[in-house]
Design a protein around this ligand. Sequence first.
Ligand code: SF4
Ligand code: F3S
Length: 112
Amino acid sequence: MPYVVTDGCIKCKYTDCVEVCPVDCFYEGENMLVIHPDECIDCGVCEPECPAEAILPDTDGKAESWLEMNREYSTQWPNITRKKDAPADADSFKGMDGKYEKFFSPKPGTGG
Ligand code: SF4
Ligand code: F3S
């Protein structure tokens, strides 16, 4: 039962989540993070840290459809273990619907 990052992260990317993960299993895309499902130990500590409420256990109905993209991109994007500044306009994208269709980027982030 890994945790997964959902579309709520897109263009918010607050990165509070990476600071608390004991196994450093977050990976950074251009405008969102994902969790490597085989590395996540299901501790759950990242879930309440996300200001955008973008992290859910994969047993949650809203998370199920994001599991495979977390798996796919966690093998392509660089690892991120340290918090970095969120985009300046992050708050204006918090809670917005349809962000995947509008804004998802398959490009990698810079990691760190
Ligand atoms: Fe890391 Fe725990 Fe979150 Fe999994 S549930 S990503 S191990 S903090
Ligand atoms: Fe994204 Fe939330 Fe982490 S917005 S970067 S999942 S703190």
